[in-house]
Design a protein around this ligand. Sequence first.
Ligand code: NAD
Length: 368
Amino acid sequence: MKVQPNPARRQFIKQAAAVSAVAITPNIWNKNISFIGLKPKEKVGIALVGLGYYSGQVLAPALQETEKCYLAGIVTGTPDKEKVWAEKYGIKDQNIYNYDNFDTIADNDDIDIIYVVLPNSMHAEYVIRAAEAGKHVICEKPMALNAQECEDMMKACKDNKRKLSIGYRVQFEPHTQEIMRLGQEKVFGSVKLVNAGAGYREARADHWKLNKEMGGGAMMDMGVYSLQAARYVTGEEPVAVTAQTFTARPELFTEVDETTMFQLEFPSGALANLHTSFGMGMNYLNVTAESGWFKLDPFSAYRGIKGESKDGPIEFPQINQQAAQMDEQAYCVMEDKPMRVPGEEGLRDMRVVDTIYKAIASGDQEKI
Ligand code: NAD
């Protein structure tokens, strides 16, 4: 992924404290925009599929802060949640779906984008069904179980002429965008080494994140943040991988990885030493370049992203990342613009993840 020009970034530097969360999204808002194949609307309607932690605690509240989209519908398999969500967010009865009648969402003009927030093993099925229902799609990370599923999802969206974007929220975040610029524009010379770690302590013994078939494991969950960081700092695709996995709780981690360490080699010669864990909390990104260094700590938290370089602090406003992400995705649907984080971006990560699992199994360096 190449760093994309962000017209608001320079303004951020000058007016750091004064700029609001949605300012990083393009500033060209027109109330009477023609939709591609849809009626003109003031706001894009989003339906959340899967009302677990991320939808309930993070995305739905963020949708109360968005300007270009709103929470129009829900898809849930738990009837009790229907009433609670309808009352809390004023969702119309006809915009509430379950997994059986999901495909009839095709007939609902209130819903423009379907946001898939399900366990990882269900992403492919619901992205494909959403595209076949004629809806644009946002899919949570990791995009799918493997690269093949990603390709199937991208094909379904392409065949149905619908947009697909992955929920890599930090790419909409200004400190991260600055880090991408410092690396990709070689502000401190070529990047030599990226060190990053992302993890938390997972204590839920019965959660799908501990189940292999459901797409569990630290690598799939937090590992993709470390991997993303190495790719967006260098602006390169890795060519070789070594990887090791460890567990300190073998009774809990019988199927999936608790802690994974992986090392990547990039075509320029840059190296990345990356970690992820369900056993320990960590969140840091340190970059060593030819003539300087830069870092974010934390780098993938929802709030409080802090940065510094050899030249001093990297200062931007703290934003609601999810609101900025969904506003920009809604804008791209309205204006028929390319997505900042398209399906291709999820696919590139999953190609590396597939190779990481191969390297863990073989104990050897594996080429990508
Ligand atoms: P969760 O377990 O809290 O929620 C999953 C939802 O899916 C639940 O409502 C559950 O009822 C529903 N579901 C439907 N069918 C299911 C089945 N067969 N088994 C289990 N659950 C089923 O998970 P979550 O933490 O909200 O994660 C959902 C997705 O969001 C994952 O892909 C995860 O990686 C992603 N996520 C992204 C971020 C981010 O910062 N971008 C943060 C958290 C989670």
